[in-house]
Design a protein around this ligand. Sequence first.
Ligand code: SF4
Ligand code: SF4
Length: 462
Amino acid sequence: MPKFVAYLRKQLTNQSKYPTLMCEYVHNCHVKEITDISNYFDIERQLVNPTANSSPLGKPDQEIHMKNGSQIARAFLNFAGLIFFIIAASYISNTLWGGKPEKIEADTHLTYSQEMSVKTFGEENNLPTEITKSVFGLSSKEDLMKTVGSFNMDEAMLTEKINKALALYAEEDSKDWQKIAAKFAGWIIFLFVVFRMTRKKQIHPGSRKVLYLASIILFGVILGADPSAMGTIKDAIALYGAKGVIFPPRMVALTVFLLMVFIANKFFCSWGCQLGTLQDLIFRFNRNKKDTKGLLPQYKPPFMLTNTIRITFLVVFTIIAFVWARDIIEFIDPFKIYKLSALTYVGWMFISILLIVSLFIYRPWCSLFCPFGLAGWFLEKISIYKIKVDYDKCVACGMCAKACPNGSMEAILKQDRAIPDCFACSTCIDTCPQEAIDFSKGKRTKPDIDKFKGLSTKNIAE
Ligand code: SF4
Ligand code: SF4
C-alpha cells in the first residue's frame, strides 16, 4: 500500500494527467473506493495513518476546514446576492414592460331576451364586437340588427359560447406577442450555441455557471415569467378545466417545447427554462470548484419517490382544475419570482423554501412538481441526442455517477429500467477522466453485466 500512496503523490506533480492516471491505477488495482481526486487526501490519510490529525503534503486539517468554511460562506453570499439581484432587476423589468396580468375570469351572467337585436345584446353585455360576430356567426353589418331569437340559441347555450369566446379573447389580449416572439428567437439561438458547446465538450464548471446566469437574466429577468414550458401544460389544463376551451397558440408553443425535448433530451430544461436554470445555479453554488460534490451535503432522493410525488401532484392538479375549475399551481407558481406583482404571501413562502432546498437537492421543482418535467421525462426516452457512455473507454471508476447531480448517471451505468431525468447538464462529460461520455445521436449501448455491479452513490451527491 505505501507504494500505492507514493504513486498517487507522484501524480500530483502532473495535475492534468492525474485524474486519468489515478483512475486507471485504481481500476487496475481494484481499489474501487478511491474514485475521486477530491477525496484523495482523506483516503491517503486512512492508508498511511488512520489516527493522524494532519493531512498529506503538509496541509493541516485546520487550514482545509477554514478553506471549506470560506467556500460555504461564499456559496451563501452568492445565493443571497443572486436572489436580491433577481428581485430588484425583475421589479425594474416588470415596471418597464411587465404586460397585463394573466388570469382566468369568472363566468359572465348575460342580460338576455329573445327579442333583443344582436347589436343591443352585445352593448348590454359589454361584449367586444368581434366576439359578438364570432358567437353569432355574423357576416355583415345588417346581421347586427337581427333578433337574438332568430339564431336558435337558448340562454344556456349562448352563455356557454360567450364565456368560451371571452376566455380566448382574454388569453389573446393578455399576451405581449412581440416579447413572446423575441423569447422564442432568443431560446433557439441560445440553445443552439449551448448545444454546440455540449457536443464539443466545452462546458466546464465556470462556463456552466455563466450560461445559467445568462439564461436567468435573458429568459427570466428581461423577458419575464411567461411564456414557460411549464406554463404551456399547466395553463392549458387550467383553462380547459375552467372554460372547456383550448388556446391554439399555447398548443403551438407546447409542440415546440416538446420538439426540443425530442431532439435533444431535456436540453431545454437544462439551459433554457428560467426557473430550471435558477435552481441549477443555486445547486452549483453549494459545490466544490470542480462541480463534483457538495460543500454542504447534497442529497439524491430516490427517483421512485420523487416521480411518484410528481405524478400524484399532476393528477391532483388536473382533478381540481376539472372538477372545481381551480388552478392550485397559481398560488405557488415559482416562475412568479420574475413577476413579483402576481405573488401572494403563500407564493413567497413556497418560493423561498424551494430556493433554499435547491442548495441541497437538485432542481426540486422539476423533480417533484413540474408537469412539463414529467412530460419531458417520458419523451426523453426517445430523444435523438442523449448522454451516452462509450464502454470501451470507460474504466468503471464511477466518477461521473458521483458527480451527477441526481441519480441519472448511476441508473444509466447500471441500465436501470427507470432512469431519472437527465438534464444534459454536461457534468458527467466534464468529469469523466477517460473522455468516455458524450452527447450524441442514437441509442445507448449496454455495458457488461458485472461492470457496475457494486456502484452506489448512496443517495448522496458526495
Ligand atoms: S422541469 Fe424544470 S426546467 Fe423543465 S420546464 Fe419544468 S421547471 Fe422548467
Ligand atoms: S447523466 Fe447526470 S451529470 Fe450527466 S448530463 Fe445527465 S444529469 Fe447531467
